[in-house]
Design a protein around this ligand. Structure first.
Ligand SMILES: Nc1ncnc2c1ncn2[C@@H]1O[C@H](COP(=O)(O)OP(=O)(O)OP(=O)(O)O)[C@@H](O)[C@H]1O
Ligand code: NI
Length: 418
C-alpha cells in the first residue's frame, strides 16, 4: 500500500498586480503518493507553474499564497518543528505553510528539488558544470550536518562564502567533486570526468538538461518537481530525458511531480494526474479515471484534442474558445469552463465544488459528477455572448488553446496502472 507524501488542501495563490488581483491558483486539492509520478496538465495560463512554485516556496512578490495547507510527510521534520509550531504538525505531516521561511528554505534541495524547461537559467556560464554540481552537493552536505532549525543561517552564510570570500573552487571539497562526477554518470553523461570540466555552453540542450537533473539530485530530494522539463528539446531527446526521469524514479524511489501541457507525456509517465483549468484542478484521478472514465467536459475536450497518442506529429484540434481571465474582477461565480462547455446547464451558473466521481480517488469539479446531462436545462445558445459557446452538435472554429503534440509521449499503454 502506498502512502501519501504530500497533501495539498485548499491552496490558493494570488498575484496582487496593478491591473488587479490575479487568481492564479484557487482552492486546489491534491494528494501525491510516495514514489509515484503525479502529472499536472492543462492549457497555458491554467496555473501549473504557480502550483509548482507554491509547493517549492518560490512564489515571488506580488504573488502570495493566501490560503490552504501543503502537508509534507516527514517524521524527522515533524519532530524538529513540533515544539515551535505544534499547530503545523499532524502526526508525521508538517504543514509547510505553518513553519518559518528558514525551515522552508532548508527543505529546498534536500526534500524538494525543481527542474525547469530552460536549463541555461540554472547554471552560471562562468563556472564548469562539475564545479556547480559539486557546489550543490556541498551545500546539501553542510545543510544536513547542521540542526535543521539553524540551516537557514548556515545556508546564506555558506553561499556568501562561496560567492565572495573563497570563490567556489576552493569551497568545494574533493569528495563533493567525486560525487558530482557520480551524479553526471547517473544521468547518463558520457565521459563524466572530462565533461565535468566543461562549461555550460559546451553542452548540448539535452546534455544540459541531464546536468540540471544531476544538480537537482545532489541533495537526494524526496520530491522532484519537473516543470515542462522536455518542452524545449527535440522529439528524440525529449523521449530520452523522459526515460531518464522514469529510470531515476524507479532506482531512487523518489516522487515526481510532472507538469506538462502534453497528454502523451502524461500517458507515458504518470500514475495519477490532475487536470488544471483557470487555476483549479477540475478533474483528478488515476490515468484510467482521467483517460477512460472522465467526467469533466474540459478533460474530454483535452483528450479530444489528442488525435491518437500513438501517432506523432498530428496537429491537435484545440478546444474552441479562450482561456478565461484570472483577474478576480472578471471571474464570475460560475463554473469557469461553462462558456466553452458543450454541456453547460443552468446548474453550472453556481461554482461547482469538487465532487467525488466513480473511481476511489477520482474527483471532478463538475455537476456531471452528480447528475446526467439534461438538454432541457442547457443554457441557451449565446448565453455568454455570441458565438462563445459551441453547441454540442456543431463544430466551432478552433482557436485559443495551445496544446501541442510533440511526439515524446504515447508509448506507454494507458490502463497500465489500473
Ligand atoms: N509574476 C506574476 N505576476 C502576475 N501574474 C502572474 C505571475 N506569474 C504568473 N501569473 C499568472 O498566473 C496565472 C497562471 O500562470 P502559470 O504560469 O502558473 O500558468 P501555466 O499553467 O504554468 O502556463 P504555461 O503552460 O504557459 O507555463 C497566469 O494567468 C499568469 O498570468
Ligand atoms: Ni508554466
Amino acid at each position: 500500500m502506498s502512502e501519501d507524501l504530500l497533501r495539498i488542501t485548499g491552496l490558493s495563490t494570488r498575484f496582487f498586480t496593478d491591473e488587479g488581483q490575479v487568481n492564479a491558483v484557487s482552492d486546489l486539492d491534491a494528494t501525491v503518493e510516495r514514489g509515484e509520478v503525479f502529472g499536472i496538465v492543462g492549457e497555458s495560463g491554467s496555473g501549473k507553474s504557480v502550483t509548482a512554485l507554491s509547493i517549492m516556496d518560490l512564489v515571488e512578490s506580488p504573488g502570495e499564497i493566501t490560503a490552504g495547507s501543503i502537508e509534507y510527510r516527514n517524521a524527522d521534520l515533524a519532530a524538529d518543528v513540533r515544539e515551535d509550531h505544534p499547530e503545523a504538525v499532524d502526526g508525521e505531516f508538517v504543514d509547510l505553510l505553518g513553519v518559518t521561511s528558514s525551515v522552508r528554505r532548508s527543505l529546498r534541495g534536500t526534500a524538494f528539488s525543481m527542474i525547469f524547461q530552460d536549463p541555461e537559467s540554472s547554471f552560471n556560464p562562468t563556472l564548469t558544470i562539475g564545479e556547480q554540481i559539486a557546489e550543490a552537493v556541498e551545500v546539501q552536505r553542510r545543510a544536513s550536518a547542521t540542526p535543521r532549525l539553524s540551516r537557514g543561517v548556515e545556508y546564506s552564510f555558506a553561499s556568501l562564502m562561496a560567492s565572495t570570500v573563497l570563490g567556489s573552487k576552493k569551497f568545494v571539497t574533493a569528495e563533493s567533486r567525486e560525487r558530482a562526477i557520480e551524479l553526471l554518470e547517473l544521468v547518463g553523461i558520457p565521459d563524466p570526468v572530462k565533461r565535468a570540466e566543461e562549461y555550460p555552453h559546451e553542452y548540448s540542450g539535452g546534455m544540459l538538461q541531464r546536468a540540471m537533473i544531476a544538480q537537482a539530485l545532489a541533495g537526494e530530494p524526496d520530491v522532484l518537481v519537473a516543470d515542462e522539463p522536455t518542452t524545449a528539446l527535440d522529439v528524440t531527446i525529449q523521449a530520452q530525458i523522459l526515460d531518464l526521469l522514469a529510470d531515476l524514479q524507479e532506482e531512487t524511489g523518489m516522487t515526481i511531480l510532472l507538469i506538462t501541457h502534453n497528454l502523451g507525456v502524461i500517458a507515458r509517465m504518470c500514475d495519477r494526474v490532475g487536470v488544471m483549468y483557470a487555476g483549479e484542478i477540475v478533474e483528478r484521478g488515476t490515468l484510467a479515471d482521467v483517460f477512460d472514465d472522465h467526467v469533466h467536459p474540459y478533460t474530454e475536450g483535452l483528450l479530444g484534442s489528442v488525435p491518437d497518442l500513438e501517432r506523432v506529429g498530428d496537429r491537435l484540434r484545440p478546444i474552441p474558445g479562450n482561456v478565461p481571465s484570472l483577474l478576480d474582477d472578471e471571474m464570475d461565480d460560475r463554473c469557469y469552463f461553462a462558456d466553452r462547455c458543450p454541456k453547460a446547464m443552468d446548474a453550472c451558473l453556481d461554482h461547482p465544488p469538487s465532487y467525488d466521481a466513480r473511481g476511489e480517488e477520482h474527483a471532478a469539479r463538475c455537476v456531471l459528477a452528480e447528475m446526467d446531462y439534461d438538454e432541457s436545462r442547457a443554457l441557451p445558445e449565446g448565453y455568454f455572448g455570441e458565438g462563445e459557446r459551441p453547441a454540442a452538435d456543431r463544430e466551432a472554429e478552433p482557436h485559443g488553446a495551445e496544446i501541442e503534440p510533440d511526439g515524446a509521449g504515447g508509448t506507454r499503454e494507458r490502463g497500465e496502472n489500473e
